[in-house]
Every structure is written in C-alpha cells, then in structure tokens.
Design a protein around this ligand. Structure first.
Ligand code: NAD
Length: 453
C-alpha cells in the first residue's frame, strides 16, 4: 500500500500529469478500455446484484463517458490561467489564478453504483492532473475485481491504481498521507474518513446520503409527477443516494396519489427479467429493510423473496415522522407517504432533520416553489422531477451538512481536485514610497485618501 503511494508521489513529481494532452490521452484510454470490455463489465455487475446491461449503460458507464467527453473537450479552458483585476495598491501589476493539481488522490467508492461512483471521481481527478488510488466498495465483489484487473493491467501504477479491500484495508489506507480524499458512502463512515484526513490536513470531499423528501403541493400535476417519482424511487431498487426517500402530500390528494402510484408501478412491471429491477445488495440489507416495513401500513407491495434478495416495490401510507421507516435513510424500494394539512408545518418538520442530499418539489405554484427552494437547505434537486439533476454536468453535484461537503461532475469535479494558486505579478518600473518606513502622518493621510476613508 505504502509502496503504491510512494510510487504515485514520485510519478506526480515527474510532472507528467501537468501536461493536458497526457490527461486527455489517459481519459480516452480509460474510455476505450471500458468500451472494449463492456460484456465482461456487464456480467460482473449482473453477478453482483442483477443489474441489466441497459441500466449498467444508462446509470453507470453512460454518465462516466459523458464526463470523459466533456473533460476532454473543455480541459484547456478549465486549466487556463485566469486573469483577474488588480487593485490600485498593487499598481503596476497584473493578477492571475493558476489551477494546479493537488497530487496523489484517494477515491473511496460506494457499492450502489459501483462503476459510476468509482470512475466518475477518477475522471475528475485525472482531468485535474492528479494521480489516483481507487478503493472500490468490496460489497459488489465481482465489480471490484474486474475494475482492479482492467485498470491495474492497463495503467501505470504510479498514475492510476486500484486497491481492493473492505474496512480493514481502508482503515490502513487512511493512515497514509494523501493530497486529496474523495469519499462516497454513508454519513457515519464519512465522519471516520474526515477524522483520519484531519491528521494530515488532507482536503476531503464527502458525498454522503440522507433522507431526501419529495414534496407535492396542492396544485401539483400528479400524473406527470408520479410517473417521474416512481421511476426515480424504484430505479436500482431504491438503492440510490438521491432517491426520493419519502413523500409529503396534501391530505386532499391522498386517494388520487395512491391509485396513480400503484398503477404506475404495475405498468412498469418491475422484474429481473425485464431488466428494470435489481437485487438488494446483501442479506443484511434485506433484513434491515424487512424491519422497516410495517405490514399494517402497506398500501401496495411488501412481498419479499429472501432467497433472491428481492423486495417488491412497496407503498406505505398512514406514515408519521415517528415511524421506524422515518428514522433512517431507507436505501431500498419502500416509499412512505406522509400526508399534511399545512405546508408550513411540513417545512418546519423537514427542517428539524439533517440537511438531505436532495429535495424534489412537485408544484405548479411559483410562489410555493420559491418558498420551498429558499427555506429548505439540501444538496441539490429538481422541480417537477427527481434524480435527473445528476445527469446535467453543468450542475455541481454534492451534499450539505450531514449529506456531504464539496461537489463534482463537469467543471465542479475539476475544481474539486485542483488548487487555485493566486499570483500577483509586479512591474518593475514604479514603486511608491507610501508603505515604507519611515512612516509619517502625511503618508497615512494619503493611504486613507486612496482607500476612500
Ligand atoms: P459505506 O459508508 O458503508 O461504504 C463506503 C465505502 O467506505 C466502502 O468503500 C467501504 O469499504 C468503506 N468503509 C466502510 N466502512 C468503513 C470504515 N469503518 N472505515 C473505513 N472505510 C469504510 O456506504 P455504502 O453502504 O457503500 O453506501 C451507502 C451510503 O452511501 C448511503 O448512505 C448513500 O446515501 C451514500 N451514497 C452517497 C452518494 C453520493 O453521491 N452522495 C452516492 C452513493 C451512495
């Protein structure tokens, strides 16, 4: 482990990654490697939790390829030295900002989108000129193994290397000094990573989770909203960090909502055979989710096939904020619906909880939209949609408070893995005497006058 880090430090010191063409070549090489091994990569993730090639492309590689293409297209612009204005105090001079790579980066991935959550941060790190040690999640073991095999066989270990492992190996890795740590996972482990990074004052990006609400207002377009909401909730069997965790709904629209949501689930006919439904990652999570389903509150679904690790898409009604399902991030295919009389009460209830990673607002009322968007704090989200904000690389993606710190995708990813070095360059043809001693009342008067005080 230590040897790989030392090797990367040496590679970074050689300045090869400072060359923008080198970065673009490596990104293209990664894309070609992934494309030419699509079948094996698809088989590995299917073996892990039944993810179909369709979803593997749309939710995993598609986003990574978009990131690679965008980085290659825009890298020259992102990496450019940027001129900024110079103030009179520094006359005669010019000022500029130089983006520079941080150095050796450690990327720790989560299991739920095991390719995307490992590779998209790696793309950002490479684009910004860093070397990368990637530690994918150990839970989807086939996925982790094939990532290690492909990357380690095709990239210089001094530049990009995969180290597999679980808690023990990650703990050991975190003892070492990195120049950047990018972590995706749970809030609890995020705290462990943050603490470990503090020892070396390593900058950290934490992409964490939380309970993301979907709030419907009185006049919301239920038909369209429910179509988008149900897709977003049950994609990946609800094992999505930005999945709508629960619904807040005006009491008056409950019956209409429930029957439309049920119809939407039925028409999607979720199943492994259809390629639109995947397994729960492991038995421990099946048992955890089982405990969250209160049979008395199931409106639709609730069936569990423990042998296949499959939970039927489930709608729960009559739910309150005190129920077990509202005490933790669900991260599974169960959608609790809480009805409300007053939107203000709902806002104050949401505010009592930790800041979520996402919030989805379904409304046709622009003043309510503004009210919710300005009063609630959350990582990011959508109005009249759910999840799809992640597919716009112009929107920095990340959490706030307990749902994370920092962001990535597109230029935000480049910035996350860069340091912006500020430079003042002075001309040598003039120097005023004002700041030099001996000081005098007259000099101070002039300084104040120039400052407008
Ligand atoms: P996790 O925190 O259990 O694991 C994430 C990574 O940390 C894994 O690589 C794992 O090996 C490592 N790890 C686990 N325990 C550790 C420990 N004690 N010390 C050091 N390393 C440790 O998270 P997970 O179960 O893989 O993912 C689920 C969570 O991740 C959910 O909360 C979800 O919301 C969140 N998530 C967030 C995003 C995002 O982009 N913000 C994306 C996906 C998942």
């Amino acid at each position: 482990m230590k040897a790989f880090i030392d090797q990367q430090r040496e590679f970074f010191g050689s300045n090869q990654t400072k060359d923008l063409n080198f970065r673009k070549e490596q990104l293209q090489k990664l894309k070609t490697l992934l494309l030419s091994n699509q079948n094996r990569l698809n088989e590995a993730i299917y073996a892990d939790f039944g993810k179909s090639p369709f979803e593997t492309f749309t939710n995993e590689f598609g986003l990574v390829f978009l990131d690679i293409d965008e980085a290659c297209r825009k890298l020259n612009r992102w990496a450019k030295w940027k001129r900024v204005r110079t103030n009179w105090v520094n006359f005669p001079g010019k000022s500029y900002i130089i983006p520079e790579p941080l150095g050796v980066s450690l990327i720790i991935g989560a299991w739920n989108y095991p390719y995307q959550l490992s590779l998209a941060p790696a793309v950002a790190a490479i684009a910004a000129g860093n070397t990368v040690i990637l530690k994918p999640s150990e839970l989807p073991s086939n996925t982790s193994k094939i990532l290690a095999e492909l990357i380690n066989n095709h990239f210089d270990p001094g530049f990009f290397h995969v180290l597999e492992g679980g808690i023990e190996e990650t703990t050991a890795l975190l003892e070492e000094r990195f120049d950047k740590i990018f972590f995706t996972g749970s809030t609890n482990v995020g705290k462990v990573v943050y603490l470990a990074a503090a020892k070396h004052l390593t900058p950290v990006t934490l992409e964490l989770g939380g309970k993301s609400p979907a709030i419907f207002t009185e006049g919301a377009n239920l038909k369209m909203g429910i179509r988008r909401l149900i897709w977003a909730k049950f994609l990946n069997s609800g094992q999505t960090c930005i999945a709508p965790d629960y619904v807040l709904l005006p009491k008056t629209r409950k019956d209409e909502f429930l029957s439309l949501a049920k119809a939407e689930i039925e028409q999607a006919s979720y199943s492994i055979e259809n390629g639109n439904y995947i397994q729960i990652i492991n038995d421990r999570n099946v048992q955890r989710l089982k405990k969250l389903i209160d049979p008395d509150k199931v409106y639709f679904g609730g069936e569990i096939r423990e042998d296949l690790r499959i939970i039927q898409p489930t709608l729960m009604h009559h739910v309150t904020f005190n129920d077990a399902i509202m005490q933790e991030e669900i991260f599974g295919p169960i959608l609790p619906i809480i009805t409300y009389d007053s939107l203000d009460e709902v806002i104050s209830e949401v505010k009592k909880h930790e800041k979520p990673l996402s919030c989805y607002i379904f409304t046709n009322d622009s003043s309510l939209k503004r009210k919710l968007l300005s009063e609630l704090s959350f990582g990011g989200g959508a109005v009249n949609d759910a999840l799809m904000h992640i597919a716009n690389s112009h929107l920095p993606f990340g959490g706030v408070g307990n749902s994370g710190t920092g962001s990535y995708h597109g230029e935000a990813g480049f910035r996350t893995f860069s340091h912006y070095k500020s430079i003042l360059e002075k001309g040598n043809w003039l120097e005023t005497k004002l700041k030099y001693s001996p000081y005098s009342e007259n000099k101070l008067k002039w300084i104040k006058r120039l400052m407008g005080i």
